[in-house]
Design a protein around this ligand. Sequence first.
Ligand code: ATR
Length: 275
Amino acid sequence: MDRYAVVGHPVTHSQSPAIHTRFAELTGQRLTYERLELPLGGFRPGIEAARAGGLSGGNVTVPFKLDAFDWVQHRSARAELAQACNTFWFEADGVHGDNTDGIGLVRDITRNAGVALHGARVLLVGAGGAGAGVLGPLLSEGPAELVLSNRTVARAQEVTDRHADWAKRHGAHLLASGLMDVLGHFDVVINATAASLQGAEPPLPASAIRPGTLVVDMMYGPKSQPFADWTRAQGATVRDGLGMLVEQAAEAFYIWRGVMPPAAQVLAERRAALV
Ligand code: ATR
């Protein structure tokens, strides 16, 4: 039977095994999906040992997405833009890597929340690995304007420079800014910072949000609650990162198996399991 795994450090609380096992059940695919925790600094030997042991492919999570990007031999365009891989598999010509985080976020916004990105004014907060990882697919939707704001402005500038041609190709006006320098309000706001983990103040001005704005926090669970409460108090609709998690998994499953699993059903089940 084909074997897959989520590779990270730590992976104890990863929901990926439950999600992929359920996808396999619902699509009649015969596979197993396990957790593979590798030591910090030990990605390459660990993943090569797993490959030799018969692994068919897998997902990569914190902190190894960059190591995975360096390791794979064939990268998708969206992995190149993200400079990170969260999905890999083996073919006769070597190791292939992709990044499904961005398309997962896009599908959660456009399908699950039913909000259009095309022509929208979008604020992406956070230019670290999480933010940079989703920028390419967000731009592919053709937002009218996308502002990437970050505490360290130089980091936002570096990421927007890397995406400048891609933005132009999709007719999107792409800008870098500081956290509190963003002007006006937005149709969609995405929080890709680690600020809530540190109990920090919301990483954007309240004026960025108005009633009708969709706010997506890539985090989920209790730590994301204060930010969700704050955004709701501004009259916005708030989604946590669970939808993106299930959707990025669905795209990875599709890449490996050629079958798209029923992501919306599994998202509803995972949501019910959380409460
Ligand atoms: P990740 O892979 O989760 O994105 P990262 O690459 O370390 O992790 O990036 C963390 C992000 O959260 C960055 O955008 C960081 O801002 P800086 O680039 O200025 O460091 C942001 N961040 C972390 N703590 C923050 C805080 N207290 N307030 C605002 N932004 C914060």
